[in-house]
Design a protein around this ligand. Structure first.
Ligand code: HEC
Ligand code: HEC
Length: 410
């Protein structure tokens, strides 16, 4: 299944590999396109290592140290490739025994042309159907028809929470897809990439252990403790539609962002989420990043004609810069919000990502630690949650105008 694509890729990528190695750098008349960069990344280990090293902001945190040590051809590069036969979890599975694989179970088909539309389609399929993270605890969300809703997992037609059955040597396993945490299905249709801030992963974990209360019960909906740093620092689920606008990736501003850095981040996330047991097919990872990169196109831009546009520029625009409405990271002490997430010895860099405000209306928890639940609360001068004291000296009329502008960002 993989072979033909890889062969074609290697062929297509050869000149760019040479470029990356600097052999013909002098003749490099035109810079490679993003698709050519992607092909080189898939084909060439030295390029992948360089992308990774360049993206790590703080080489001393645990996230960077692990990758600098293990992201080599003979360690993580030698892991078995994870693309098992799988099928989506459907409503008919609720309350039923674990299904047996049949001819309808398939790996993700990777043999697509290396072209914009075909890769974006593949990425979209990966986003909803690839078993990105095996999670045995998910069985508690499938015990009866009401179980998914108890944990904030969505139902869309036949699909349940973007969950996937995957065939493994040890038997059939339940897994998250990206869409489990990063999609919302409202009355007005699907919003792929928007954060599922209803999903209560902590409650699900505790329920799967027979209702014990661990620190996970304090995450609440929309937050996940993603770091193995022994610090309780649950982080809000990210809005991936805006990922292209981010200057840094992760709330703790762990990585310098560009398309290739995002690709590397996704590859290593699947590896670490598997306990470093498997790695994803690389063309699948690039397709996923390529797809995510396109999601920002559908988000509204700032309405420069709105009465509050000048207010926005004065109060907010110095950090949340148009057109992406994101910006450089801000030191934890300067923004002054709950620093727990940013201080993580695993992901920390001393600063918070300045998140894009494009699509902000669809987020139910705001700020890295999720301490504020609405735009109104964020701008309220009486707010008790500390930090981010911007726009709080506005009078009531100005604040209403600014809120009206922000409510258009969806
Ligand atoms: C169990 C829930 C969960 C699943 C499943 C999940 N994520 Fe996430 N994701 C999160 C959380 C929580 C964060 C916030 C982490 C942070 O900021 O440090 C996040 C952050 C991200 C970010 C950083 C975005 C930014 O702007 O900084 C990217 C990119 C991302 N996820 C992509 C994916 C992709 C692609 C998949 C599928 C392969 C996936 N995630 C699966 C919970 C999840
Ligand atoms: C000095 C830079 C700076 C200014 C000025 C600023 N922000 Fe922010 N903003 C940030 C940073 C940094 C964060 C992330 C803080 C955190 O995660 O705890 C943030 C977070 C936010 C969030 C939460 C988004 C999310 O997805 O969690 C919103 C909404 C927001 N800002 C709106 C505004 C508005 C509206 C203004 C103007 C009134 C403004 N900001 C002014 C730096 C700034």
């Amino acid at each position: 299944m993989l072979e033909p694509t890889l062969r074609r890729l290697t062929r297509a990528a050869r000149p760019w590999t040479a470029l990356a190695l600097g052999l013909v750098a002098a003749c490099a008349a035109e810079p490679p396109t993003d698709l050519e960069r992607g092909a080189t990344w898939v084909a060439d280990a030295a390029t992948r290592r360089e992308v990774l090293e360049r993206s790590l902001v703080n080489p001393d945190n645990g996230y960077s140290a692990l990758r600098l040590e293990r992201y080599t051809e003979d360690l993580w590069g030698a892991l078995p490739v994870w693309n098992p036969r799988a099928r989506p979890v459907v409503v008919g599975d609720l309350g039923q025994p674990v299904p047996t694989p049949d001819a309808g179970w398939r790996p993700i088909g990777l043999d697509v042309p290396w072209e914009d539309a075909a890769l974006a389609d593949l990425g979209a399929r990966v986003f909803t159907d690839y078993p990105a993270q095996v999670e045995p605890a998910l069985w508690v969300a499938l015990t009866d028809a009401d179980a998914p809703a108890r944990f904030g997992l969505w139902i869309d037609g036949d699909r349940v929470g973007g969950l996937v059955w995957a065939e493994t040597p040890g038997g059939v396993q339940l897994a998250f897809s990206c869409a489990s945490c990063h999609a919302v299905f409202g009355d007005d249709g699907p919003r792929l990439g928007a954060p599922n801030h209803a999903f209560d992963y902590g409650a699900l974990l505790d329920a799967s252990r027979g209702g014990v209360h661990t620190s996970a019960s304090r995450w609440g909906p929309g937050r996940v403790d993603v770091t193995p740093d022994d610090v309780a620092n649950p982080t809000v689920i990210a809005d991936l539609r805006a990922v292209r606008f981010a200057e840094r990736l992760n709330r703790a501003a762990t990585l310098d962002n560009d398309l290739m850095a995002l690709t590397a981040r996704l590859e290593t996330a699947v590896i670490t989420n598997s306990g470093q047991a498997v790695r994803p097919p690389r063309e699948l990872v690039f397709a996923l990043a390529w797809y995510l990169w396109s999601l920002g196109d559908d988000l509204a831009e700032l309405d420069e004609a709105a009465p509050a546009a000048a207010l926005y520029r004065r109060e907010c625009g110095g950090c949340h810069l148009p057109p992406g409405l994101a910006g450089p990271p801000i030191a934890l002490a300067e923004v002054g919000t709950d620093p727990t997430v940013g201080e993580s010895p695993w992901r920390g860099t001393g600063a918070y990502q300045t998140p894009s405000l494009r699509g902000v209306v669809d987020r139910a928890r705001l700020l890295a630690a999720g301490g504020v639940d609405s735009l109104e609360a964020l701008l309220d001068p009486q707010r008790t949650e500390g930090g981010h004291r911007y726009g709080q000296t506005l009078d009531d009329a100005e604040r209403e105008l600014l809120l009206a502008l922000l409510r258009g960002l969806r």
